[in-house]
Design a protein around this ligand. Structure first.
Ligand SMILES: Nc1ncnc2c1ncn2[C@@H]1O[C@H](COP(=O)(O)OP(=O)(O)O)[C@@H](O)[C@H]1O
Ligand SMILES: [Mg+2]
Length: 268
């Protein structure tokens, strides 16, 4: 479990950020060095981790940091990247320079995401991202929890293969099942080792069964059920992490069970 690398994916609004942030905090309180990476264009992992808003408001995602992109790649964020000029920018200073200390010992890196739609573009921002993700997955020794919308399709097979698991958050809705199907195809393409489903916002028994049957039909292991829990919304309105608002809230306890599962699963 020393350096397990986990991505949290799924449709917008299913609870990726809630689960990624709670998981990060819980892993850190177990003593792991946790690097939480926000790769969502609507970055808000900082707030969910409990980073004070005056700090969170000032965070610039790395892919929006023009000076950094220029420094590392020699070109601007939009400018076409000519690999011949700087094929392998050094990125091992980035976590130290731009990592934000979140409560509970979690380190947060607001990375930003790939530009240029489905295909990406060979611009400075994407070049930096590609090398950085490789570095985070391969060289860094910490537990990585990455909050992301899409997959790792732009980063190439060699990189995605280093991800230990992709947790796909699903809610009991048909659209969420469609997203899972799409992510599964993608995961196969880029050779993600393992896709695991996490049911979230599960209320009635019929909802639990809906997720269970769909995951079974798709052959995806369903590793946690997180109940629909008003405490999550209440914490959000108060602007504090769910686990600081109520450590014993049912949804938080369910994420703690997910954490225990992952620790046991990825023990060396
Ligand atoms: N288990 C849950 N019970 C109740 N509300 C939840 C739960 N999980 C997430 N939410 C709420 O759903 C909304 C979307 O969650 P969020 O984590 O931001 O989703 P995503 O990152 O996938 O877009 C938030 O308002 C959050 O408070
Ligand atoms: Mg989110």
């Amino acid at each position: 479990m020393e350096a397990v690398k986990i991505a949290v994916a799924g449709k917008g609004g299913v609870g990726k950020t809630f689960i990624a942030s709670t998981l990060s905090r819980l892993l850190a309180s177990d003593g792991y060095n946790v690097l939480a990476v926000d790769a969502d264009p609507n970055f808000n992992l900082a707030y969910s981790l409990g980073v004070p808003s005056d700090v969170a408001d000032g965070i610039v995602p790395l892919t929006e940091n023009e000076a950094l992109i220029k420094e590392k790649t020699g070109v601007s964020s939009e400018e076409a990247y000519a690999p011949v000029f700087n094929m392998a920018p050094t990125v091992n200073d980035i976590v130290d320079r731009f990592g934000v200390n979140a409560p509970g010992g979690v380190k947060l890196l607001v990375m930003g995401t790939v530009r240029g739609g489905d295909t990406g573009c060979m611009c400075g921002a994407n070049a930096l991202l590609r090398v950085l993700v490789q570095h985070l997955l391969i060289q860094r020794g910490d537990v990585l929890v990455m909050d992301m919308v899409a997959g790792l399709e732009h980063l190439g097979r060699g990189t995605a293969r280093r991800m230990d698991a992709m947790l796909v958050v699903v809610e009991p809705r048909m659209k969420s099942m469609d997203t899972m199907r799409r992510i599964l195809r993608l995961a196969e393409e880029i050779e993600i080792k393992e896709v695991l489903a996490v049911g979230n916002k599960v209320g009635k028994e019929t909802e639990r069964r809906f997720i269970e049957e769909n995951m079974e039909a798709m052959g995806v292991p369903l590793v946690a059920y997180v109940p629909y829990d008003e405490a999550v919304g209440e914490a959000d309105m108060k602007g504090i992490p769910s686990l600081d608002y109520d450590h014993d809230a049912p949804a938080v306890r369910a994420v703690a069970e997910l954490k225990d599962y992952l620790v046991a699963r990825y023990k060396p």
